[in-house]
Design a binder for this molecule. Sequence first.
Ligand SMILES: Nc1nc2c(ncn2[C@@H]2O[C@H](COP(=O)(O)OP(=O)(O)OP(=O)(O)O)[C@@H](O)[C@H]2O)c(=O)[nH]1
Ligand SMILES: [Mg+2]
Length: 425
Amino acid sequence: MSPEIRGQRSGEDPDARLEEARGLALAIGIVVAESYVLKVRDVRPNTLFGEGQVQRIATDCELHEAELVIVDGALSAIQQRNLEEKIGRKVIDRTGLILEIFGERAATAEGRLQVELAHLDYQQSRLVRSWTHLERQRGGFGFLGGPGETQIEADRRMIRERMGKLRRELEQVRKTRELHRKRRGRAPWPVIALVGYTNAGKSTLFNRMTGADVMAEDLLFATLDPTMRAISLPGVEKAILSDTVGFISDLPTQLVAAFRATLEEVTAADIVLHVRDIANPDTAQQKRQVLAVLEDLGVVDENGDGVDAPVIEVWNKLDLLSEEDREDLAAIATNDDSVLPISAITGEGIEALASRLGAVLTEGARTYSFLLSASDGARIAWLHAHGEVLSEVEAGEGEIEGDLVRRIEVRLTDKEYGRFEGLAG
Ligand SMILES: Nc1nc2c(ncn2[C@@H]2O[C@H](COP(=O)(O)OP(=O)(O)OP(=O)(O)O)[C@@H](O)[C@H]2O)c(=O)[nH]1
Ligand SMILES: [Mg+2]
């Protein structure tokens, strides 16, 4: 069921939205017997849908012997319970469904902790709501007694305690990861982070560029944990490409918070590569959703421009477009340095993408001249690996300082220069 509520989510295509909801259900192996959009004119506080609509859902459930009703929207705890009673089936909403998917997919310890925390947060908010509801039924005030209340109080305490424990565990995991990142920062390579709406083709592009075999499927949220691989680009011997979790509209706030840490990989990137499914009818809306999350993370400003690192947009799935649409896109892209049309499947445009990435990473390189000790092999090797070494000679007689006897002239970007300076000498 996809409730189309007047005044909400303007700009989204209800059919594309319904298709996405089906995709979410399929992502955890639910067999979808039937799906449709229901227009909600007046939101009923008790059931969301009108009586006739609830009846229709109940009848369809009977007809298909369905076990579960998914409402692709937000249900209050009361609406959920009332619908379950009237329809006689389990009912979940969009947040519930996405939490289920993440719960099933989370593979790392951190991912599991994050999802459980998000789940508890979701449950907690429902308990609070049903609790105030119960209180109102009893006629107000009293914080006293009642077996129902005691149970709920106990549940809430349990949830609070469990959440506290999870937060502490997560803190520990994050500290460890921070350490890893710092260590990585010392043997540094530029990082390119792939971001984008779920199913845009990030993992497919990742595989194409790295020759890796990461799970890429026509499945929403195929990727949950960030994966990294080394690649080489024109002018850049080694860079790290990082595949990340996809975004989705109305991502439960609990999950945004939970995955913030994972997405910090993106905030540390040298280039943010925004992968878009340009063939999806909702592509413009998807882009807005992705930019909203990136802005929330402090990666882009309110105009969608990268704050610390440039954002390059790739228009993926070019192969699915008509010849005419492709030509239109190509015309726009030739005039705009920040977009590139590609097909991760056919490989079209990938070479151009690699050169663009290489060019951006080496942009603004300057020539530096360093005096180094002949025994400083590691730093000399680093310069050869990262920069473009123009010359390496014995230092002239007058310029030798102590054991600093080699003069290296090399082109480095500002970032590489910073990294070189950070290397222990
Ligand atoms: N036709 C076509 N299909 C593509 C292209 N790139 C990716 N796909 C398909 O799109 C689907 C999703 O691709 P993924 O690479 O898993 O997408 P993702 O962005 O990693 O998705 P999540 O991990 O779920 O966020 C798969 O079925 C891919 O085969 C493309 O250039 N053309
Ligand atoms: Mg993926």
